[in-house]
Design a protein around this ligand. Sequence first.
Ligand SMILES: CCCCCCCC/C=C\CCCCCCC/C=C/C(=O)SCCNC(=O)CCNC(=O)[C@H](O)C(C)(C)COP(=O)(O)OP(=O)(O)OC[C@H]1O[C@@H](n2cnc3c(N)ncnc32)[C@H](O)[C@@H]1OP(=O)(O)O
Ligand SMILES: Cc1cc2nc3c(=O)[nH]c(=O)nc-3n(C[C@H](O)[C@H](O)[C@H](O)COP(=O)(O)OP(=O)(O)OC[C@H]3O[C@@H](n4cnc5c(N)ncnc54)[C@H](O)[C@@H]3O)c2cc1C
Length: 662
Amino acid sequence: MAATVNPDLKKERENSSFDPNKITSFLYGGPEIVKKKRELESLALNDPDYQHEDLNFMSQEQQYETFLKKTLLMVTKVRELKIDVADRHFYRSAVIGTNPDPLGLHVGMFLPTLYGQASQEQKDKWLKMAENFAIIGTYAQTEMGHGTFLRGLETTATYDPTTQEFVINTPTITAYKWWPGGLGKTSNYCVLMAQLYIHGKSYGPHPFMVQIRSLQDHKPLPGVTVGDIGPKFGYGSVDNGFLAFNNVRIPRENMLMKYSKVEPDGTYVKPPSTKLAYGTMVQVRANIVVNSGRVLAKAVTIATRYSCVRRQSEMKPGHPEPQVLDYVTQQYKLFPYLAAAYAFWLTGQTMMSVYTTSSNQISKGDISALPELHALSAGLKALSSWVANVGMEECRMACGGHGYSHASGLPRLYANMTPGATYEGENTVMMLQTARYLMKSYNQSLQGEKLAGSVAYLSGVQPVPAAGRTRNMLDLGVLCDAYRHRAARLVHEAAVQLRNERQAGKDQPDAWNAASVDLVKAAMAHSQYFVVKNFAERLTDSTLDSSISDVLTRLCQLHALHGLVTNSGDFLEDGYLTGTDVRQARRHINALMAKLRPDAVALVDAFDFPDGILNSVLGRYDGNVYEHLLEWAKASPLNKTDVHQSYHKYLKPFLEDNRAKL
Ligand SMILES: CCCCCCCC/C=C\CCCCCCC/C=C/C(=O)SCCNC(=O)CCNC(=O)[C@H](O)C(C)(C)COP(=O)(O)OP(=O)(O)OC[C@H]1O[C@@H](n2cnc3c(N)ncnc32)[C@H](O)[C@@H]1OP(=O)(O)O
Ligand SMILES: Cc1cc2nc3c(=O)[nH]c(=O)nc-3n(C[C@H](O)[C@H](O)[C@H](O)COP(=O)(O)OP(=O)(O)OC[C@H]3O[C@@H](n4cnc5c(N)ncnc54)[C@H](O)[C@@H]3O)c2cc1C
């Protein structure tokens, strides 16, 4: 087995214009954090207790069992190693790689819901048990018949003042809870979203803490039906489940009562906003923005390294086969996603900091930031997960045939990450939520209100510049202005369409539906402007080393120009940009790709994914792809014997029969 680095990759690294460690530091927030990250990753990746056969060779049941064992071990080790809460994600992502785990919902939604929705007494009662994994919970909201439309949930929690209990019921087949991660086999508790009824009156969806399995033998409690929903496109390592209740009684104190309350006599105490009950979803949406940047970075790392190792065809007659990354069409497939990975990585950081600031404010009782937080996280969640989806698939196809093999790591990455466009709010629906906020803000600005935050720009729509003006299409200020203008114009046009539909006689819901394609377009443009502006702003950081600010500026330019050329109609339609501008933009893209080409490997190395996390034969740091492809294939279960048992069962009699008939 080759122990040295593939010469092509070695040369790539020698020829790059900067030290990737500097960008790694920038991406992770400083050298100390990078040091900590690498220590924790190495600890996890070198721990023999976490080793197991490749998941791709396992059944769904084996994947679940392997991951359950591994995740429980991780929890124990995190405790023993006393890893700081803030650093745990480094250790966790090294243990689980690109796979979801059966405790993901406990850590990602069950605990956050207790933090965010439980009263102090409820925290005192459950948090210690939940934090220490003495109980395991999930977040059970989606039903077979309704995921998007929360107000349409059918599960009921009916208050019985005589016993001071809620009666939980699943009235129909479509009311079965469906999908919650870790529900199928792992969890013994859940946060249940159910319609609250008091004295026959409905108060909408509320969160309840419900025990579903016995703490003694893990059997479903009386009145509870629970199980796994079966194999999925990906997520084999997680037991997504179904759940139904037949008049199950829980104490009054089990409704999470930080905001809404039900008094013993059945008096309902209203929350400051009914949408506070949706808080956990907002947090996870913000996390999805971070995750989208990371998964795209992984896919691009695999495809870029492989494209430097892979040599194919003849560019010049008689010359050696070139590295496929030297084909400009290959660069055009990968570099825009390399730039997008950086853009979303940085957007994710900003999104998390907006989330932290706003949620601190909200938990102190000031809910003024809630609409902006919801609109921003919904739009960015949708945009980032859509781009990551398309980008992962582009990277897979850019790896040719080997991209289709599980050895590449790309099919599994895609299968596990693509539901990010669906869960935690289906993307179109999320964009329409952002559009709703944009329409409101736009109308407020028309009434002379000064807007703040991400929509501040709607206050002053820029005029279309005079014809004949030339622009430098590489100037980030010019590019940000163009995105800002496009977003403001598309918001304006969606608002006009909405008004026209109303004036033509449609009621508000029908007008909204008729205008919804334009509304989504406006929300996309708004979110894309945010991403481009955020990238450009991060480059103004005066502490940024000049050796890396040049290359990051190129990535930012490429990201903005690629989006502009791809959506050129939006920028040209009202004459804001001219055909000359767009032609110039296309030429700049080619020039930028040529400049980025020598730095491509260093730019993906800077994401700093160790091989154990990438889990890809094609994306190996040492580039020794071919020998490991063969080794990987040999480990396939079908190769355990030279002659498979099915030969004796089926093939042998079939062949013998055919031969006998000759
Ligand atoms: C041991 C080591 C550990 C290491 C650490 C590990 C860390 C783990 C990290 C990560 C793991 C995470 C794993 C996550 C995996 C995810 C799995 C998936 C889970 C799920 O999918 S859960 C289910 C999610 N479901 C949804 O998202 C449903 C989507 N639907 C909705 O949100 C709503 O129904 C709606 C928004 C579409 C519509 O709601 P509604 O009808 O009530 O509202 P409208 O009438 O349209 O609007 C009313 C009004 O409310 C505003 N609104 C709506 N939502 C919100 C909100 N969330 N916040 C604030 N405001 C909101 C809306 O804008 C309207 O406002 P206006 O009236 O216009 O003012
Ligand atoms: C892997 C995975 C894990 C999950 N984990 C959990 C979990 O742990 N807990 C949990 O509770 N749920 C979970 N879910 C469920 C998930 O949250 C829902 O599937 C998601 O919210 C989408 O809802 P839906 O399935 O009802 O889609 P639908 O709403 O039925 O979407 C179908 C189509 O209708 C369109 N549509 C729907 N409403 C509108 C509208 N108002 N305007 C325009 N178009 C619309 C959508 O855009 C989409 O194209 C998970 C799902 C997956 C795939």
